[in-house]
Ligand binder design. Structure first.
Ligand code: SF4
Length: 721
C-alpha cells in the first residue's frame, strides 16, 4: 500500500507541475480536450462530476488529488483494509488524466504504433461487445515480459480467448510491443492486441475508455462514482498483468485499476498478494510465477467468462448436423453400443486441479484401428468454476450428446456408461481425431455455460483398462445422481420440468420430467430439470405448472397438455404421464429401455438397449426402437429410463408393477433391490422372481407357460383392454 501511495503522490506532483507550467504558458482558458469524446476528461467526469473543458478547471481536481494522498505511507503498520491505497488509486486516475490532457494541450506527439487516447467511436464499436459479453474482457499488460517467448505466449493465450489486450509501459525503454514486433506478431484492433502507450501514463487511456462504458452503456450520470465503479466491477471484465518487480508508479496505477474492480496478476515473487475480496469480485492482487499459468489465473481471478469463438476442428460444426446418422458403410470406427465399452463422465474439479483447455488422449488414436472396427472409449471431462455446483454435473454431461453430434461425421447416442458413437470415413479423412472430441467439449462448455464454467479439461481414452476404470468410477456417481430425488413425490410439487433437448433428432418430442419419472434417457431427473432451468432460463428445460388435474390415475393435467401441445409443434394434444395405452409420452431415440404391451400375457415387457436377444413379442430392441422413436406417441409402446420401472408411478393407469411379465435378466438383476422394495410396497410377495427373463422365455408360448407356473399376478388381473 505504501508503494501505491508513494506512486500516487509522485503522479499528483507531476500533474501539478505540468499544470503550473501550462498555466504560465497558455493561461486558465486554454482548451483542454481529448479527441473525439463527448465526455471531456472521462475519468474526472465520472468520478467527480466535473465537465472540464479549460485548463484552469483542473485546479479543483488537483486539490482533490492532494486530499486523497494526504496520508503518510507507513512501511511498518499493516492495516487490514485498503482504504488509503484505494484513495491513492483514485488520485492516480485523476492525476494521470490531468497530465495526459495537458500533453494533448501541449501537442505532445503520440509515438507511432500506439493509440494514445481511445475515441468514443472505438468505444461504440468494441465497448458494446465488452459489456454484452461477446468480447469476454480485456487485459492491460504492463511492461515487457521476461522473454520474447513469454510475451508471445501470453498474448496468444489471450487472443485464443478473444480477450482484447492493451500493451502499456516499458522497462528500460523496452515495451511488450517491441517484443511482439520482433517476433512478427500482428498488432492492431483487428488482432485484439493494441499498444496503448510506451509509458505507464498511457494506462489512463485504457481505464478512462473502460469508465466510458459505465457512462455510455450503463447510463450512469457524471459524478455518480458509486454506480460507475459498481458498473465497471460488475460488467467490464478487465484485469492487469505485470511482468517483473512492480515499481511504485505501477503500484499506484494498479490501485486505480483495483478501485474499478479490475484485479492485477503479477509474475514476480516479490509481489505481496492482496487476497480479500469486495473491491474486486475475487482477489485484488495475485501472484502467479508460472508464466504458462498467468492467463488461466487472470481468467479465474477476474471471473472472465471465456468465449471460444469457433470450434477448431477439421470438419464443419453446426447444429445442422445434430440429426445426422453415420451409416455402417460410411463408418471409420465406432465405440460402445454392443460393440465395445464406451462411457462418458463429467465431474466438477477444484480450480487449481485442472488446466483450462488441456486435452489428453490415452491409448491408440483412430488411425490405428481397422476401418469399420470398434474401439473402447472413455471421455472424462473435468470442469471447474467458482459458481459450479455438484447439481450441474449431470446437466453439463448430458449436453455432450448435442455437442458431439454437431460435428459433421460424428454420431453420438446414449448417455453415461451406455454411449454409442461413430466417426465417419469422411471425418477421418478430413483429419478428425480423438483430441477433437476434447476441443468440441472445451469450446462448447465455455460457450454455453461461460457464466458457471471457468476451466474445462478433457481426457479421452481408448486404452481398455482406463475405459473400464472410468466406467467403474461413473457407476456410483450416476447412482448418487439418481438417488437425489428419492423420497420426492409427484404430489409434493406443483411444477414439473420439460426437456426438449432431443428435438434435434425428434422434432415433436417432449419429455415431461416429474419427481417420480425421470427423462427417458435416464440422465435427467426432476432436480436436474430444476437446476438446468436455473442455469439457462430460456433453455430446453422449462418449468411446467401442473394446473388443474384431469385424471390422477392416468396423470393428466391441463397445463401439461397445453405445454406439450405448444412445444410439440402442435402435434401432441393430450399427454398422460402414467399410462402406456392412453396418450403416453412421446419417445425420441435416446431411451434406455422400451416398454411394450404383451396382450396375450395381459401384461407388459421391458427391454433395455444392451440386450440384443429376442423378446417374447418377436422383436429385439433394435427392431422395436425403429418403430417407437422419432418423437411419436405410440400407445402400447413407450421409451423410458430404466429407473422408471421402480417408480411408484410406473404405469398405474394399467395396474402398475404387477403388469410386468418379462425383462432381460441383466436388467432384472441390476435393479433387483429396488424392484423388490417396490414389490414389497405393493404387497407382491416373491414378485421379482415371477418376472420371466430370457433364461426361461423368449417366445410368447414359453412366457405364458412360465407365468402360469409361477402364478404371476398379471394372469389374474382384469384385462388390459
Ligand atoms: S431423452 Fe428426454 S430428458 Fe433425456 S435429453 Fe432427451 S429430451 Fe431430455
Amino acid at each position: 500500500m505504501a508503494a501505491a501511495i508513494r506512486g500516487a503522490k509522485a503522479f499528483v506532483e507531476e500533474a501539478q507541475a505540468k499544470y503550473d507550467e501550462a498555466m504560465k504558458a497558455k493561461g486558465a482558458d486554454a482548451p483542454l480536450v481529448f479527441p473525439d469524446t463527448a465526455f471531456q476528461l472521462p475519468m474526472i467526469h465520472a468520478l467527480m462530476g466535473l465537465e472540464i473543458t479549460k485548463l484552469g478547471q483542473l485546479k479543483a481536481v488537483l486539490a482533490h488529488c492532494r486530499e486523497l494522498t494526504a496520508v503518510k505511507p507507513s512501511e511498518q503498520l499493516w492495516l487490514p483494509y485498503l482504504g488509503d491505497g484505494l484513495d491513492a488509486g483514485v488520485a492516480t486516475l485523476l492525476a494521470l488524466e490531468a497530465t495526459c490532457a495537458i500533453r494533448y494541450l501541449n501537442g505532445e506527439p503520440i509515438e507511432p504504433g500506439f493509440t494514445g487516447f481511445i475515441t468514443d467511436g472505438i468505444l461504440r464499436e468494441l465497448g458494446i461487445q465488452l459489456v454484452d459479453g461477446r468480447m469476454p474482457g480485456f487485459a492491460a499488460i504492463l511492461g515487457p515480459a521476461p522473454t520474447d517467448e513469454i510475451a508471445v505466449h501470453t498474448v496468444r493465450e489471450l487472443q485464443k480467448r478473444s480477450i482484447l489486450t492493451f500493451l502499456i509501459a516499458n522497462r528500460d525503454g523496452v515495451s511488450m510491443k517491441d517484443q511482439l514486433e520482433a517476433n512478427g506478431v500482428e498488432m492492431g484492433w483487428e488482432t485484439y492486441i493494441v499498444p496503448a502507450g510506451r509509458d505507464i501514463h498511457s494506462s489512463i487511456y485504457v481505464l478512462n475508455w473502460a469508465m466510458r462504458g459505465a457512462l455510455t452503456f450503463g447510463g450512469h450520470r457524471k459524478g455518480d462514482w458509486r454506480a460507475c465503479l459498481r458498473y465497471t466491477k460488475q460488467r467490464i471484465f478487465a484485469f492487469g498483468i505485470t511482468f517483473g518487480p512492480i515499481p511504485d508508479d505501477w503500484y499506484a496505477v494498479g490501485a486505480g485499476a483495483i478501485v474499478m474492480g479490475f484485479p492485477v496478476i503479477s509474475d514476480h515473487a516479490s509481489t505481496p498478494e492482496v487476497r480479500p475480496t469486495g473491491v474486486t469480485t475475487y482477489e485484488a492482487l495475485v501472484r502467479q510465477t508460472d508464466w504458462k499459468q498467468i492467463v488461466p489465473t487472470c481468467i479465474e481471478v477476474r471471473g472472465v467468462k471465456v468465449k471460444v469463438e469457433e470450434v477448431d476442428i477439421p470438419v464443419s460444426y453446426s447444429p445442422a448436423f445434430e440429426g445426422e446418422r453415420v451409416r455402417k458403410e460410411d463408418m471409420h470406427v465406432q465405440f460402445g453400443g454392443k460393440y465395445s465399452t464406451a462411457v462418458e463422465l463429467l465431474e466438477g474439479a477444484e480450480l487449481d486441479e485442472i488446466n483450462d483447455g488441456e486435452i489428453i488422449v490415452l491409448g491408440k488414436d483412430i488411425d490405428e484401428v481397422q476401418v469399420g472396427g470398434a474401439m473402447d472409449l472413455g471421455i472424462h471431462i473435468k470442469v471447474a468454476g467458482r459458481k459450479m455446483k455438484k447439481d450441474f454435473e449431470g446437466i453439463f454431461e448430458r449436453q455432450m450428446h448435442r455437442y458431439c453430434n454437431a460435428a459433421m461425421g460424428f454420431m453420438h447416442t446414449g448417455q453415461r456408461d451406455q454411449i454409442w458413437c461413430r466417426i465417419s470415413k469422411a471425418a477421418f479423412a478430413a483429419g478428425f481425431r480423438l483430441k477433437h472430441i476434447g476441443t468440441i467439449l472445451h469450446a462448447k462448455l465455455h460457450d454455453e455455460f461461460g457464466g458457471l464454467v471457468d476451466k474445462v479439461a478433457v481426457t479421452v481414452s481408448t486404452d481398455p483398462d482406463k475405459v473400464i476404470a472410468l466406467r467403474e468410477q461413473a457407476v456410483p456417481v450416476n447412482q448418487a445422481r439418481d438417488e437425489r430425488v428419492a423420497g420426492m413425490t409427484d404430489e409434493s410439487v406443483d411444477t414439473f420440468y420439460s426437456c426438449t433437448l432431443c428435438q434435434s433428432f425428434a422434432p415433436n418430442h417432449v419429455c415431461v420430467i416429474t419427481p417420480e419419472r425421470l427423462g427417458l434417457c435416464g440422465a435427467y431427473n426432476w432436480l436436474d430439470g430444476q437446476a438446468a432451468f436455473e442455469i439457462n432460463p430460456t433453455g430446453p428445460n422449462q418449468p411446467i405448472l401442473k394446473g388443474a388435474c384431469i385424471s390422477e390415475k392416468t396423470g393428466e393435467w391441463e397445463n401439461v397438455n397445453k405445454f406439450v401441445y405448444d412445444n410439440s409443434n402442435r402435434t401432441i394434444e393430450r399427454f398422460c404421464a402414467y399410462s402406456l395405452l392412453e396418450n403416453p409420452m412421446t419417445s425420441c431415440g435416446c431411451f434406455e429401455c422400451i416398454l411394450a404391451i404383451v396382450p396375450e400375457a395381459n401384461g407388459v415387457m421391458v427391454v433395455n438397449r444392451e440386450y440384443t436377444g429376442q423378446t417374447p413379442i418377436g422383436m429385439p430392441f433394435s427392431t422395436l426402437a425403429g418403430s417407437v422413436g422419432g418423437g411419436a406417441q405410440t400407445p402400447g409402446f413407450l421409451g423410458m429410463g430404466r429407473l422408471y420401472l421402480t417408480s411408484r408411478k410406473f404405469i398405474p393407469a394399467e395396474g402398475g408393477l404387477s403388469r410386468l411379465v418379462w425383462m432381460p435378466k441383466e436388467l432384472k438383476e441390476s435393479l433387483r433391490d429396488k424392484l423388490e422394495a417396490r414389490a414389497a410396497q405393493e404387497g407382491l410377495e416373491g414378485f421379482v422372481d415371477k418376472i420371466a427373463d430370457e433364461t426361461v422365455a423368449t417366445t410368447s408360448e414359453e412366457l405364458l407357460e412360465y407365468l402360469a407356473k409361477v402364478g404371476h399376478p398379471a394372469v389374474a388381473m382384469e384385462m388390459m383392454f
